[in-house]
Design a protein around this ligand. Structure first.
Ligand code: NAD
Length: 470
């Protein structure tokens, strides 16, 4: 591998072996790599959690240094012709955090607030996720600063094709494999794959070039079960971990932030297992019904209108989503967080749960469907209040796991049944949950630190056997 940081002496294992560092941002590595000490910075927050766990298990200093910064940060600007004939310049990113364990892997986000430090954080989280699940991938992430809701279908396609062209030299089916994330979907992946395939040497292996992205439509090599995979993985982890925390899935109450891909699938699958969705909030508003919100009817409403707002007024119950749709009440953000539930599942954007929101939350468990949904201050308050956090690198690893299955199916020119996908996904999620629990018992730490420890144990072993080039 070509991360060329000079080896330096191994740092001593932390003597405490206990809780997560209550004083954040203390690792000398943060200063060594020169990260700005802005406590609101998402990258600083993410890398700090990783370094705290690394210190607890004595990850060698040189490996900590390598992991503290991404290997490559690619930033591009590209013009796109809009429907009215004008040109707009877009900014895109692809961050390749680490590829010691395999090709870079991670989603592409379209959102107006996409920012380099956020993409770096998400890429680091991907490295941790693939290591925790023991998938043969590294971590990457990308994004385009745009509002996909304000683009026409034609504009969205042209943005996607130009972005793909702009980064095509830096990605590849065995080098860096993007996937969907917030604001992108299977259709966007189809345009992306088609563009990449058109730009590569199509005489030799044109179809194989489509492996450059996962999350594709099934017609062009997508996997059955990929669309619901992240939600299914959240549920697999909850089913495995909640009994130990004294909660039965059948009959439990839950709430969701976000009713997009991850949120709606998590809600719908949990409802099938007998759990009751009592509150949902998204970018359009929040709703509550203590008798249970019909998860299928809400998904249909969101598909039609773009958000949960208005569901209180006009939604007929489908009878399939384990709740009575009619009668949900529009509530404020504060009321949403204060709604008593067994499990709150953030499945929207990063850093939504700040100190204030954390003090409002009335849940026993927060299961992170979204990446980094809380700030360090929010996280600390949840911990102090005794609320268990099932961390994102475990809870939402189902997406990258089924992306891996898609990549394997494409390589083998075969397709698996949905039952096979679900069965294999469950096996990997349960194994990752067990690794986390084992590290938690061994190091007597919180679940987030334990998941990072279980991931870092794997990365450290890989670096030990591979060595560092030259
Ligand atoms: P999505 O675009 O399908 O849905 C995003 C949801 O967030 C929408 O319901 C939207 O209304 C909501 N939202 C946006 N701004 C909000 C706000 N200010 N307040 C409340 N809600 C708001 O995205 P997704 O794919 O479901 O991703 C959600 C999260 O899950 C992200 O953190 C993403 O990185 C993570 N994730 C996604 C996948 C995947 O396979 N899609 C895999 C792993 C992790």
């Amino acid at each position: 591998m070509s991360n060329t940081t000079a080896p330096v002496p191994t740092s001593a294992p932390a003597a405490t072996g206990g809780k997560r560092n209550s004083e954040p941002f203390k690792s000398p590595i943060l200063h060594e790599v020169g990260l700005p000490m802005d406590p609101d910075n998402l990258y600083l927050q993410t890398v700090d959690v990783m370094l705290t766990a690394a210190e607890m298990i004595g990850v060698p200093h040189n490996i900590q240094l390598i992991l503290a910064q991404p290997k490559n940060e690619i930033m591009v600007h590209f013009p796109v012709r809009m429907d009215d004939g004008s040109f707009q310049l877009f900014k895109g990113y692809r961050v390749q955090h680490n590829n010691a364990m395999g090709p870079y892997k991670g989603g592409i986000r379209y959102h107006p607030h996409v920012h380099l430090d956020d993409v770096k954080s998400l890429a680091l989280l991907m490295t941790m996720k693939t290591a925790l699940t023991r998938l043969p991938f590294g971590g990457g992430k990308g994004g385009v600063k745009c509002d996909p809701r304000r683009l026409s279908r034609g504009e969205l396609e042209r943005v996607t094709r130009r972005f793909c062209a702009a980064i095509s030299h830096a990605i590849g089916p065995d080098y860096d494999i993007p996937a969907p994330d917030v604001g992108t979907n299977a259709q966007v992946m189809a345009w992306f794959a088609d563009t990449y395939e058109s730009l590569t040497d199509s005489n030799r292996s044109s179809w194989d070039a489509m492996r450059v992205v996962t999350g594709k439509p099934v017609e062009i090599g997508g996997s059955l079960g990929r669309e619901k995979a992240t939600g299914q993985g959240v549920v697999d982890v909850l089913v495995e971990m909640l009994p130990e925390l004294g909660i039965k899935v059948d009959g439990m109450k839950f709430s969701l932030i976000g009713y997009g891909n991850v949120g709606s699938w998590t809600g719908r699958i949990l409802a099938k297992l007998g759990a009751k969705m009592v509150a949902v909030m998204d970018h359009t508003g929040a709703i509550r019904n203590d008798g249970g919100i019909d998860t299928e009817a809400l998904a249909a409403h969101v598909a039609q209108t773009g958000g949960v707002a208005g569901f209180d007024k006009n939604a007929p119950a489908t009878g399939t989503g384990n709740g009575k749709a009619a009668g949900a009440t529009a509530i404020s953000t504060e009321e949403f967080y204060k709604t008593p539930v067994d499990v709150l599942i953030p499945a929207a954007l990063e850093q939504m749960i700040k100190a204030q929101e954390a003090s409002w939350i009335a849940a026993k468990v927060v299961a992170e469907g979204a990446n980094a949904p809380s700030t360090p201050a929010g996280d600390r308050i949840l911990s102090e209040r005794g609320i268990e956090i099932i961390p994102a690198i475990l809870a939402n690893a189902g997406g990258v796991t089924v992306s891996y299955f898609e990549w394997v199916q494409n390589k083998a020119c075969t397709s698996w049944s949905e039952e096979q996908v679900d069965r294999e996904l469950n096996r990997i999620m349960v194994a990752a949950a067990h690794r986390t629990n084992k590290a938690r018992r061994e190091f007597k730490c919180d679940m987030r630190t334990a998941a990072y420890i279980a991931a870092l144990q794997q990365i450290t072993k890989v670096y030990e056997v591979r060595g560092i080039f030259p």
